[in-house]
Design a binder for this molecule. Structure first.
Ligand code: NAD
Ligand SMILES: O=C(O)C(=O)C[C@@H](O)[C@H](O)[C@H](O)COP(=O)(O)O
Ligand code: ZN
Length: 360
C-alpha cells in the first residue's frame, strides 16, 4: 500500500492507494470513522460494491445506512443532491455522522458538497471507484453540482477526512470510462511533468490493459502531484488553476452536448488539444508538441477533435468558467510540454483562430 498526505492550511488527510485494500478497510479507516455512517453511492456502483462495505461496517460494529442515487452526470444537480439531504434527515444523521462517497467523480463531488453543507459541515471519506476519481476528483476538496448553464457552478472547497483507493475496483470499469480517466492522467504530465509524459508513452498499453503495478504507479504519481499543488494553493488563487488545463473548452463541450453525452474525461481530452492549439497561436508550443499530445490521447482511445459548435455557444459557455475575471476569459496554456502557465488577454482573433475549424 502507498500512503500520501494532503496538507492544506486548515486540514491534513491521508490518501491510501493499493490493491485488495477492501480486505483491510476496517484497520485502515477506523481512525477516520465516527460511530454512525452513511454510505452514499449510485445504483451501478452499489450493485457491485455496496454489500461488501455494508458487511465490513456491520462486522466492525458501526451503525450505518445507505443512500442510493441514480447514476449519471445528468443527475449531478440540485434534485439529486436533495435526495442525499432527504436520506440524511430520514435516518437522523448527525453532524458527526461520517458520509462515505462510494463511486466515481459524480458521487464524490455531490457527496462532498452534501457533507460541506449538511448541518454546516459533516465529515466525509472519498472511496473513488473510477480511474478518473482515483487520480483526480477524490483529492483536493473541490465539491460541486452542475447548473444547466454551467459545470460545477454551485459548490464548495471542502476536504475529506481520508481518500481510500482500491485499484481492484477498476476491474469492473468499462473501457470507455478507463480511457476517460487516462485523459486526466495525461493532463498531469502535459501540465507539469515531461518525464511522466515519457513514462506514459512507454506504458500506455499496460495502462489500458490494467497492469496492476503500472496502474498503481500512475495513480500514485497523479495523487502526489495533486496533493503537492493543493497543499500550496487550496482555493485556486494561483497554481491550482493549472489543473484546469483543457477544462475551459472541455466544460463548454459537456454543457453544450448535454451532460453525460461527452464524458468529462473525453471533453477534457479534446479541450487539451484546443489548449495546445491556443498555445501554438500564442507562439509557445510547436505543432509537433501538439502532435505528441494528440498521439498519446489517441493511444488512450480518447477523442482529439471537439464537436463543431456555434461560436456563441463556445463563448457563452466559456464565459461561465470560474477563472473569468471582470468578464475576461483566462486559459491554461502550455509554455513547453510539461510546463503550464495562465494566459489572460487572449484576443478575439487568437481565440477565433484556435476554434475556427470547430465552429458550426
Ligand atoms: N472535484 C474534482 O476535483 C474533480 C476532478 C475531475 C472530475 N471531476 C468531476 O468528476 C465527474 C466525472 O467522474 P467519473 O469519470 O468518475 O464519472 P462517474 O462518476 O459518472 O463514473 C463513471 C461511470 O462509471 C460507473 N462506475 C463507477 N465506478 C465503477 C466501477 N468500479 N465499476 C463499474 N462502473 C463504475 C459510474 O456508475 C458511472 O456510470 C465529473 O462530474 C467531473 O466534473 C471533479
Ligand atoms: O482540482 C482542480 O482544481 C481541478 O481543476 C481538477 C479538474 O480535473 C476538475 O474537473 C475540476 O472539477 C474542475 O474544476 P472547476 O473549478 O473548473 O469546476
Ligand atoms: Zn477534470
Amino acid at each position: 500500500m502507498y500512503t500520501l498526505s494532503v496538507a492544506t492550511a486548515s486540514h491534513q488527510y491521508p490518501i491510501f492507494i493499493g490493491s485488495h485494500l477492501l480486505e483491510s478497510a476496517q484497520n485502515i479507516l477506523t481512525p477516520y470513522l465516527n460511530n454512525k455512517i452513511a454510505i452514499i453511492s449510485n445504483d451501478t456502483v452499489a450493485a457491485l460494491y455496496l454489500p461488501q462495505w455494508q458487511q465490513i461496517l456491520t462486522q466492525s460494529g458501526y451503525e450505518h445506512f445507505s443512500i442510493i442515487l441514480p447514476d449519471g452526470e445528468q443527475y449531478k444537480n440540485w434534485q439529486t443532491l436533495n435526495l442525499i439531504y432527504d436520506g440524511l434527515m430520514q435516518h437522523r444523521a448527525e453532524r458527526q455522522t461520517t458520509l462515505l462517497a462510494l463511486g466515481g467523480g459524480v458521487i464524490g463531488d455531490m457527496v462532498g458538497f452534501a457533507a460541506a453543507t449538511y448541518q454546516r459541515g459533516a465529515p466525509f471519506i472519498q472511496i473513488p471507484t473510477t480511474l478518473l476519481s482515483q487520480v483526480d476528483s477524490s483529492v483536493g476538496g473541490k465539491t460541486a453540482i452542475n447548473h444547466p448553464l454551467g459545470k460545477n457552478m454551485i459548490g464548495a472547497f471542502y476536504q475529506p477526512q481520508a481518500v481510500f483507493i482500491d485499484i481492484n475496483s477498476l476491474q469492473t470499469l468499462p473501457p470507455r470510462e478507463l480511457s476517460a480517466g487516462l485523459a486526466e492522467v495525461i493532463k498531469y504530465a502535459v501540465l507539469g511533468d515531461i518525464e511522466f509524459l515519457q513514462w506514459l508513452e512507454s506504458n500506455i498499453v499496460a495502462l489500458i490493459d490494467q497492469n496492476p503495478s503500472v496502474l498503481a504507479e500512475a495513480i500514485y504519481r497523479c495523487c502526489q502531484m495533486k496533493a503537492d499543488i493543493v497543499g500550496k494553493d487550496e482555493k485556486e488563487a494561483g497554481i491550482r488553476a493549472y489543473l484546469n488545463l483543457g477544462h475551459t473548452f472541455g466544460h463548454a463541450i459537456e454543457a453544450e452536448m448535454g451532460y453525460g453525452n461527452w464524458l468529462h474525461g473525453e471533453a477534457v481530452a479534446a479541450g487539451m488539444v484546443l489548449a495546445c492549439r491556443l498555445s501554438e497561436q500564442l507562439g509557445y508550443l510547436h505543432p509537433e508538441d501538439t502532435a505528441r499530445v494528440i498521439a498519446i490521447l489517441s493511444k488512450a482511445n480518447l477523442p482529439v477533435v471537439p464537436p463543431a459548435m456555434p461560436m456563441n455557444a463556445w463563448l457563452t459557455h466559456m464565459s461561465h468558467d470560474k477563472k473569468v475575471i471582470d468578464g475576461n476569459l483566462r486559459f491554461i496554456v502550455i509554455k513547453t510540454l510539461g510546463q503550464a502557465m495562465l494566459a489572460d488577454n487572449i484576443t478575439a482573433d487568437t481565440l477565433a483562430a484556435t476554434l475556427k475549424q470547430y465552429i458550426a
